[in-house]
Design a protein around this ligand. Structure first.
Ligand SMILES: *Cc1c(COP(=O)(O)O)cnc(C)c1O
Length: 426
C-alpha cells in the first residue's frame, strides 16, 4: 500500500496533516480479527466504532450484499419504494419500544440527529409555537454536523471555534451516579432547573440513554432517564433519544432506554444498523409526532437525502436484524459484561487508573494521565489487539461474538500498557 501517499494526501479523523499519527494498513478482516498488510493479526476491541457487532466478513451479511448488488444497488426513494426498505422498516417498527412507528431513513448518525432536531422544530412550528432551543447534557456526543455539534458537549466539540455560527442551546449537568451505584436523586436537580427555567422555549430534550459515548464514556443510572422522561411529560416537551452508539444490543438490552423502561418521542439509530457494513441511519417517531409535523404549513417533512434508503445498505441491515432476531446477542453481551466485571476492577490497583466501568459489551478504563496516542497504539498492535483510546479513556466495545480468550487478550494488552510508562503523557 502506498502509505507515503496516504500520509501526504489523505485526511484521517482527529489527526493533523502537519505531522499525522501512524495509520496501520488493513488488508482484510474476518470474525474478530483484523489482518494488517505487514502480517500482524489484531483482535478487534472497537467493533469499528460500535458498528461491527457480528464481526467482520460475516457470511450471512456477505450473502445479502451479493444478492442485492445483483438486483439493484441504488434507486432514488422519491416516488419509488423497494422491498429491502419495507422489510427493514417493518423490523424496526416491531423491535423498537412503545408507539415508535414512522421511520425516516438517512445516511449517517449525524444526519439522523439533524433529522430528529428538524422534526422537533417542525412539530412546534405546526402547533403554532415558536420554540427553537434544545436542552441536552454536558459530556454528550451527537455527531459532527452543525446542529448535532451544537448539542454536543461545548468543550469536547470546541464550540469556541464556531462561535457566532453555532446555535446556542442549553446544557445541564450530566448525571454522576453510575449504573451500578445507588441512585442519588440530586443528579436531576440541574436538569430540572434548566428545564423549568426554559420550558416555553425548549422544543425537545436530546440525550444519549444510559451511556454517554464519545463525549466521555460515562455510564449512568437508569433512574436519571426515568426522571427526564417524567419531566418532559409534565411540561409537554419532546424527548429525543440518540441510540446511535447504544442501539442493537450493545448495552445488554436491544435499546439502552429499555434499562429504564422509557420510550422516547423520537429515536435515532445508526452505527450497528448494518452490522458495520456500510453507513445507514434511521430516525423513528410516533404517529402523533409525524402527523403533527405533516399537518403544518409545510405539509411534509423537509428532508430528502440522495441516498435515502439505499437498497444495498437496507439489505445488509435486514440480514443484521435477522442475526439479532436469533437472540444469541443477549447471552453474548451478558458473558462479556460478566468478564469485564471480573477483570476491570483488578486494574484499579494500578496508580495510573482513576476509574473502571462496564455495561453489556462496553468496558471503560479511565487513566489519570492522557495516553500518548502514537506510543500506546504501537503497543496495542505489538500485543495483537486493536484498541483506540482518546485522552484519558481506554475503552473496549468488542464484537458480540468475542470469546473469553479475546476479551482476556484485550484487557491484558491494557494491563501491559499501564506498566509501560511511555504509553502515557507526563
Ligand atoms: C457516532 C455517533 C453519532 C454520529 O454518527 P455518524 O455516523 O458518525 O455521523 C451520533 N450520536 C452518537 C451517540 C454517536 O455515537
Amino acid at each position: 500500500m502506498d502509505l507515503e501517499f496516504d500520509r501526504n494526501h489523505i485526511w484521517h479523523p482527529y489527526t493533523s496533516t502537519l505531522n499525522p499519527l501512524t495509520c496501520y494498513p488493513v488488508s482484510s478482516a474476518a470474525g474478530v480479527e483484523i489482518k494488517l498488510e505487514t502480517g500482524e493479526t489484531l483482535i478487534d476491541g472497537m467493533s469499528s466504532w460500535w458498528s461491527t457487532i457480528h464481526g467482520y466478513n460475516h457470511p450471512h451479511l456477505n450473502q445479502a450484499a451479493h444478492q442485492q448488488i445483483d438486483s439493484v444497488s441504488h434507486v432514488m426513494f422519491g416516488g419509488i419504494t423497494h422491498k429491502p426498505a419495507i422489510d427493514l422498516c417493518k423490523k424496526l417498527v416491531a423491535m423498537t419500544p412503545g408507539d415508535l412507528d414512522k421511520v425516516f431513513l438517512a445516511d449517517s448518525g449525524s444526519v439522523a440527529v439533524e433529522v430528529s432536531l428538524k422534526m422537533a422544530l417542525q412539530y412546534w412550528h405546526a402547533k403554532g409555537e415558536k420554540r427553537s432551543k434544545f436542552l441536552t447534557l454536558r459530556d454528550g456526543y451527537h455527531g459532527d454536523t452543525f446542529a448535532a455539534m451544537s448539542v454536543t458537549d461545548p468543550d469536547n466539540s470546541m464550540h469556541s471555534l464556531y462561535k457566532g455560527f453555532l446555535p446556542e442551546h442549553i446544557f445541564a449537568q450530566s448525571p454522576n451516579t453510575g449504573f451500578w451505584q445507588e441512585w442519588n436523586e440530586r443528579d436531576l436537580d440541574d436538569f430540572k432547573l434548566k428545564l423549568t427555567e426554559h420550558k416555553t422555549e425548549i422544543a425537545a430534550v436530546i440525550l444519549e440513554p444510559i451511556v454517554q459515548g464519545a463525549g466521555g464514556m460515562r455510564i449512568y443510572h437508569p433512574e436519571f432517564l426515568k426522571g427526564v422522561r417524567q419531566l418532559c411529560n409534565e411540561h409537554g416537551i419532546l424527548l429525543i433519544l440518540d441510540e446511535i452508539a447504544t442501539g442493537f444490543g450493545r448495552t445488554g438490552k436491544m435499546f439502552a432506554c429499555e434499562h429504564a423502561n422509557v420510550v422516547p418521542d423520537i429515536l435515532c439509530v445508526g452505527k450497528a444498523l448494518t452490522g458495520g457494513y456500510m453507513t445507514l441511519s434511521a430516525t423513528i417517531t410516533s404517529k402523533k409526532v409525524a402527523d403533527t409535523v405533516c399537518g403544518g404549513d409545510a405539509g411534509c417533512f423537509m428532508h430528502g437525502p440522495t441516498f435515502m434508503a439505499n437498497p444495498l445498505a437496507c439489505a445488509v441491515a435486514n440480514a443484521s436484524m435477522e442475526l439479532l432476531a436469533q437472540g444469541d446477542w443477549k447471552q453474548q453481551t451478558h458473558a462479556i459484561e460478566q468478564q469485564f466485571s471480573l477483570l476491570l476492577p483488578e486494574l484499579l490497583k494500578h496508580e495510573l487508573i482513576e476509574d473502571v466501568r462496564w455495561l453489556g459489551a462496553i468496558g471503560v478504563v479511565q487513566s489519570t494521565a492522557p495516553v500518548d496516542m502514537e506510543k500506546i497504539q504501537q503497543h496495542f498492535v505489538e500485543q495483537g489487539v486493536w484498541i483506540r483510546p482518546f485522552g484519558k479513556l481506554i475503552y473496549m466495545m468488542p464484537p458480540f461474538i468475542s470469546q473469553p480468550k479475546h476479551i482476556e487478550t484485550l484487557v491484558n494488552a491494557i494491563t501491559t500498557a499501564l506498566e509501560s510508562e511511555e504509553c502515557f503523557s507526563e
